[in-house]
Design a protein around this ligand. Sequence first.
Ligand code: KIV
Ligand code: ZN
Length: 520
Amino acid sequence: MTQTDKDRVVIFDTTLRDGEQSPGATMTHDEKLEIAELLDDMGVDIIEAGFPIASEGDFRAVSEIAQRSKNSVVCGLARAQLPDIDRCWEAVRNAGKPRIHTFIGTSPLHRAIPNLTQDEMAERIEQTVTHARNLCDNVQWSPMDATRTEWDYLCRVVEIAIKSGASTINIPDTVGYTAPVESADLIRRLIETVPGADEVVFATHCHNDLGMATANALAAVQGGARQIECTINGLGERAGNTALEEVVMALKVRGDIMPYTTGIDTKKIMHISRRVATVSGFPVQFNKAIVGKNAFAHESGIHQDGMLKNAETFEIMRPEDVGIAGTSLPLGKHSGRAALRAKLKELGVDVGDNQLKDIFVRFKDLADRKKEVFDDDILALVTATTEGDDALQLVNLKVVCGTGGPAEATLEMEILGEDKSAVSEGDGPVDATFKAIRMLHPNKARLQLYQVHAVTEGTDAQATVSVRLEEDGMIATGQSADTDTVVASAKAYIHALNRLMVRRGKTGKDIKEISYRDVN
Ligand code: KIV
Ligand code: ZN
């Protein structure tokens, strides 16, 4: 079968908007820029970079991503309100290819929130889409909760949006309620029924509440949608969105039954997946399709035997196709800086000379303590932050613990260049350590998540620790890695505290004020 433009599926990534919106996944400004650059570079057609009216930070991120993006269309989200749309336009207007995405909840439950009648809402849609279109040539409109909107009303509002100038109509399954047959049918019927539908692109935006987001998105494509909205690792509100890596690889591997193409360079998938997991603080589940640690691992004897004879026995795609190096050059304590740089490159990590110097010191230290240094160990070293200008730094930690009583942590920290120490007891080594940190840096931050992963196998494996803190509605995630789990925990906790302070816009001497004044 020959493929035409009609078979090209546009990939719209909303990791930085719907993904970042999920509780606890907040990213810093620099992290958003980094992810946007990776999305642009991997061939994402449209990057939804944020919700400009939501905060000053979102506005700044969308504006800067708009200015930096090389190939992707940069889109901002706006509610159906004129000030939202104006702010969105201000943020995206300097993009090479800007888009305004405006939405309103059209189902009965959602109409009840602004308390609008069907007619009032229809009027609002006409007014706001027209306004957006007067500012920008590229306007996307979404009837939020479309899959629970009355059929007749959905047709009516989609027609109004098209007549008012929207060139993309997105049909969100906001609560992850639909099923594949219904998803395909809805798009097909809309295209057949609504006047002007053949002049616009229909998009699908699925949530994963029932685990059907990927299936629903692919079904929508079979029904005629040509834009899939998705996120890296399926990040997103509640159970998340359709995962970019899943739809892209499904279209690539099953082109026989789904003859559609995307512009994604699939070899870049693994790297961006790891970066999104790191910066969002949402680790990827081991058995996650495409990007999970076990997605290409074969444990059982029968499987290993089959794989050795012919990889296709148990693999429907090659690890290299998603950016996992097939073979790897092992690194050890005798490896030099050039080998480390080559390994980082192979893993898709580009570092400057200073960063390489820093990673190399930590690599040598690790190689001295560990028999084998695996790829994941190297990536954990890159993740582990030792930002020299952080206000709080770990200097030394000694913990005594046993079966008979409480653990005791003796901690030394540098706080704004001053050395301080404290001794604290706790219920186990991590509790004692965290209490000692709080003695030296009193704070009100609540621990929302404490997670430990062994990066590789063996008792000398590095542990990566994620710590998520919440203070006054502000969330920050810290991560670190070390062969000592308690040291990794202390570093991750301190990292999260540093990020929380940066997020609150406090640096330098202000920190003393917050940390000591805000204690209960
Ligand atoms: O899930 C949803 O409905 C959304 C819209 C804003 C498109 O994210
Ligand atoms: Zn959504």
